[in-house]
Design a protein. Sequence first.
Lengths: 310, 526
Amino acid sequence: MTAPQITPGTPPDGPILSVRNLHLAIAGRRRRTPILRNVSLDIAPGEVHGLVGESGAGKTMIGKVILGIQPSRAVVTGGSVRFGGRDITHLPERERRRLMGRGLGLIPQDPMTSLNPAGRIGGQIADVLRLHLGMDRAAARARALELLNDVHIREPERVLRRYPHELSGGMRQRVLIAIAFACRPKLIVADEPTTALDVTVQRQVLALIKEMQAQDGASILFVTHDLGVVAKTCDRVTVLHGGRVLEAGDTRAIVEAPQHDYTKALMAATPRHDRPGDLLQPVPEALTARLNEEALAYDAGPDTTSASHA
Amino acid sequence: MPEPALLDAAGLRLSLPDHSRKPPFGPAPAVDILHGIDLTLAPGDTLGIVGESGSGKTSLGRTLVRLYRPTAGRLLFDGRDITALPEERLRPLRAGFQMIFQDPQSSLNPRRRVAEIVAQPLHLHGRAANGAEARRQVDALLERVALRPVHGERYPHELSGGERQRVGIARAIALQPRLVVADEIVSGLDVSSQAQILALLRELRRDLGLALLFISHDLSVVRTVCDRVMVMLNGRAVEQGDCASIFAAPKHPYTRRLLNAIPLPDVDPDWVARSAENELGETLTMDVKDSVALVTGANRGVGEAFVQALLDRGAAKVYAAMRSTEGYAPPDGRVQPVALDVTDHAAVAAAAADCGDVTLLVNNAGVNHNQPISADAAQGNARDEMEVNYFGTMEMCRQFGPVLGANGGGAIVNMLSILARVNLPMIGTYCASKAATLSLTQGVRAQLAAQGTLVVAVMPAAINTRMGDMNPPPLEEPGDVAGAALDAVEAGEEDIYPGVVAGGVSQGLAADPKGVEKQFAEYLPG
């Protein structure tokens, strides 16, 4: 592939995660449908990196590829994912499992369905610790208690014995954050971790993620559709549409002076209660159509288009 | 109001059975969801209803379109009382008020095509003579919500989230309603689909003259579609008004909290950390001037001093509560005597209902039987002290907490004693009751922080009143203690020790608690 490259800006210490020219397609009966098109992004140690786009942009898929949990029909057709300098794009299942926990963690989107409904909270945290760190039962329980304390759950002893349905959405998200940080991973993929929550609970959960991140020095790939959340939590940001990176850079630069029309459109679609005169503008259909055309043209051949309209 | 109200709700209450607490046999206990909601909506009006999950906003929406039947209050639609109208008489009216549900995934029948889903209300209400006529209307409705006729042939799962929500809207406007209740209809959508749906709502409102009740947890979104907003907390409206003034100067701390929680797309690396501080460290304060106060035990001693201090500082009204108002002469026109025995829980509930405008509650009533623990063989006096000092205060806080919340947060002043912190064995049972009440005060404070109620514990030493004058001097003057308590309310202080003696003891307790305990132990009876 010789398509023009968008430079994600090289982080100072050498990236913990480096996605290079990643292509991914869903295999259908007759043909493959491209989902990711030449995606590159770097995340430095300790960096919180926002991945922004509408539903269908492919942002969740990037997270899944990094974790190696993409559906079996999704085929990486080009490019690489390097984690800590090691190519993990096509890692076999056994080695992949060794990487989870201590290397990579996940904060999933939906706190309602991401915990086992039939297991107590304590057991579910302890399982992770025993599996990845080889702790014995007592040590795992003690560490689980400590983790619940860390995520500011009141009366952690009681919560350990609870089942997921007995907790509120915010509490469940706290438990999932505890699990994600349990083995002190180097990179956590946070996939829309606050989308299902009220604004007040969202603020608490964001504060918690940042606090845990600062404590452990983990890097975070923060997948979200909300530029407000990005502006408040992320160091750098990558804007995605139709599986293509349209713009990437420091959060301040992107938020204050977006270059790409699409980033500008996303900003205009984000509600601001402090500017009552601005009516929200949906992303213009013409722009969406143009971007879709560009994506198709890109699929057709490297020489027919440019991936970036700054 | 020039036009008659389209929707007029007054004192709307709702209780539902709480199945999580249902005993194995017998009915589930009722839980109160809405505590008296008033709202009116003129034709074409837009009102946003905002609150966190559990605030009762969805229940309110469902009650307003009579999916729930209110337990009390009155609900008029277009001048017609629909509060308790039975379903068969309600059904023809339902065309006039429709609801769009939060989750289109579960509110659209997955086994019906979109066209059938949108046509269903037309058939149910006999608005289409035949299939062709229905289809024609459905196509027009789909176009209205910017869907193409091909979408009509699809099943809900084949649509995107935004498209599904459009189907919900098409179904809701099929019968040309005058009111639509939209319950969190954009909360699952990304910003772009959200902006599209909001633009659509504004358009429909303009073209069809719809009145819109827009329920959301996000004030930012509400501002883009609504003229007025109502903020709900625990089943009550804590603030209501036009968007311009509420967004410019939110009065209730809860409204401020909701606003501050919204991440605006401006870079601010400290915002997240600041939130944690804000949640815990925001100081609540309250102006005594123009407040409406209720003082218990108001006819003598410190209570009387409280009434006077409140009047001096410009309180708008003071309910002077006492066991019997016989022979009580109010010192001022602003004072309203209330006969209230705080140990009579039904009477306390009635007082909370009658004095619905209270913003400052002073729990002053107390008894002291002046006895050591060893003396009270029958425990009668000790129980009396607990009954008045502890349970009386508890019931007052329980019943008036929601009143204060509804009136903007307000404050509670609990008159305790330095003896809540250390036991004076000479009057041991009294001290125990005050210690329990101090603990109670801390619990109340934690519970009511979310609604912005300041809770002050006042812990003076002996006061120069009939109750305190058996103590050795120096005695505090009642007016000084009441004044110090009101100062604390205005400054947002939570625990105060007015006077030299109380201040000294509290410092002693901080430095050497065991030493203070020993010193007080010397005052043994006999």
